[in-house]
Write a protein that binds this ligand. Structure first.
Ligand SMILES: [Zn+2]
Length: 89
């Protein structure tokens, strides 16, 4: 199970790999919800890719992917809508 921690050591989000559910801390500030959720989605993608990495390497990979994933989601709504429609075909 992944744990996102704030500087103070508080857990902000978890990906439960048994249920594939993401839990976010109720203590999470509204301004951080999207970034922590995106971080956990990146963990889900790594998990589903079955890369068999964990620990520091997975955290490094996820930390590297998260900003690009967030930009993709934020800045490409038309592209995402187009992809969503094509995937339904
Ligand atoms: Zn993480």
């Amino acid at each position: 199970m992944d744990q996102v921690r704030a500087v103070e050591g508080q857990r902000l989000g978890d990906l439960n790999t048994a249920t594939l559910e993401i839990e976010l801390s109720p203590e999470l500030r509204r301004s951080n919800v999207a970034s922590v959720l995106t971080h956990e989605i990146a963990h889900f993608l790594v998990y589903e890719a079955d890369l068999e990495i964990d620990g520091d390497l997975e955290e490094k990979l996820v930390a590297g992917l998260t900003p690009s994933l967030a930009c993709l989601i934020r800045d490409n709504q038309r592209l995402l809508a187009w992809i969503r429609e094509r995937l339904r075909e």
